[in-house]
Design a protein around this ligand. Structure first.
Ligand code: NDP
Length: 398
């Protein structure tokens, strides 16, 4: 049915490659391109041994718009799945526009020199994608991604009026290292050392990093320490869920993780301000990334489960109500299936499903879209089929 190009041969790129290869009736021709060709080749080899499908590989620098445009024109895919880093979003959107290719990513644009992520840069492409008759689907991972779709589903089927949303992300897995991040360390640490923010009654409120905490009793993984963070899906959800009064995002961290992070911060290792080291300019966080375990190496050793969901309150038929809609994933089961831990898995599967929605014409409006702007039903159906089953439970009103 369609040719696709996946950009980025990291943890998430690995999962997207495996999952697309398993759906040969939709993804008939797959090319995996990234900065380091050997990483693409290693993934292609694993995909071949697990699925019998051959995917082609290529080296590409996604920051180079001209080279990427040329590559896309030569390959002429229907869609580009961007699972490189958030720094590449705009250059890949530019290349897609020049080559006439639909676009999908899992994280919003972030400038390299500033730890700040916002949709405004990508939303500014709305008219260009519309005029070109192309679709750009933003944030088709788990959070953002599935969490947005959970909210759209709750809006469509479970509530007449949603009032509050708390997005909760728990990773109760253990990889046995003193300190490691489950996805790209640089992106992860930039995200959690930034100030926390949430949205209430039309205003953004800022709090010191990791200063707001609650113990949340999750299904499957039980009570966990959850900290309020800023997360990008709030920026679109507060616009797209009418009548919303408050939205917050929480992520769980162990005390061990937080102690290591505090020390690294205190000694300046998480800084993005360049320093001179032996005549070379480096960002301390880049160096830290180089010494930390590669997230892709955590797969075989991570045990335990994740649980990510949306705790939503509102009214239905005049009555107040509160629900949790969630998925739980087992790290080892993911590893057995696609040689990857659950964090990359929960991101890669929705990227594959989002691409499928576009290719099947179900989510195919021209322009730039966030996930909750489309009908959630076909996406929710595919989650059930491809390893991310979800459940809804009623909770007592707080
Ligand atoms: P990794 O660091 O494991 O992989 C990123 C890949 O992109 C690497 O292979 C890297 O190449 C490649 N890359 C980086 N720069 C370029 C470039 N200029 N040109 C071509 N390739 C490049 O990250 P993850 O797989 O963990 O994450 C991928 C994306 O998914 C990130 O944007 C992350 O923020 C997002 N994400 C989203 C989540 C969600 O739920 N929405 C959750 C987790 C992640 P090289 O191998 O040479 O370094």
């Amino acid at each position: 049915m369609a040719k696709i190009i996946i950009i980025g041969a990291g943890g998430v790129g690995n999962v997207v490659s495996h999952k697309c290869a398993k759906l040969a009736e939709i993804f008939t021709d797959i090319v995996l391109a990234s900065r380091t060709l050997s990483k693409c080749e290693a993934i292609a080899k694993d995909v071949l041994s697990k699925t019998g499908v051959t995917i082609r590989t290529a080296a590409i620098d996604a920051d180079d718009v001209a080279a990427t445009t040329k590559f896309l024109k030569a390959e002429s895919p229907q869609i580009l799945i961007n699972v490189a880093l958030p720094y590449q979003d705009l250059s890949l959107m530019d290349a897609c526009l020049s080559a006439g290719v639909n676009y999908l990513d899992t994280a919003n644009y972030e400038p390299l020199e500033e730890a700040k992520f916002e949709y405004k840069w990508q939303w500014a492409y709305q008219d260009r994608f519309k005029d070109a008759g192309l679709t750009a689907l933003l944030g088709s991972g788990f959070d953002p991604g599935v969490t947005n779709v959970f909210c759209a589903y709750a809006q469509k089927h479970l509530f007449d009026q949603i009032e509050t949303i708390d997005i909760l992300d728990a990773n109760a897995g253990d990889h046995g290292h003193h300190f490691a991040t489950n996805f790209n360390p640089e992106i992860n640490i930039r995200e959690i050392t930034a100030k926390g923010r949430y949205w209430e009654k039309g205003l953004w409120k800022e709090v010191e990093p990791m200063s707001v905490h609650q113990v949340y009793d999750f299904p499957v993984v039980g009570k966990q320490d959850a900290y309020l963070l800023y997360h990008e899906e709030m920026e679109s959800l507060c616009k797209n869920i009418p009548g919303l009064k408050r939205i917050r995002f929480w992520m769980t961290f162990s005390q061990k993780y937080l102690s290591h992070l505090k020390v690294l911060e205190n000694v300046g290792m998480t800084s993005i301000d360049p320093i001179n080291f032996k005549g070379q300019k480096i960002q301390p966080i880049e160096f830290l990334k180089a010494v930390l375990p590669d997230p892709a190496s955590l797969g075989p050793r991570t045990r335990g489960k994740t649980c990510i969901g949306c705790d939503i309150t509102g009214t239905k038929s005049g009555k107040k109500k509160r629900i949790l809609i969630y998925n739980s994933c087992d790290h080892q089961e993911c590893y057995q299936e696609v040689s990857s831990q659950a964090i990359s898995y929960t991101t890669g599967v929705p990227a594959m499903i989002g691409a499928q929605m576009i290719l099947r014409g179900l989510w195919r409006n021209s322009g730039v879209w966030n996930m909750e702007q489309y009908d959630p039903d076909p996406f929710m159906e595919e989650l059930m089929k491809h390893g991310l089953p979800w459940q809804v439970t009623e909770l007592p009103l707080a």
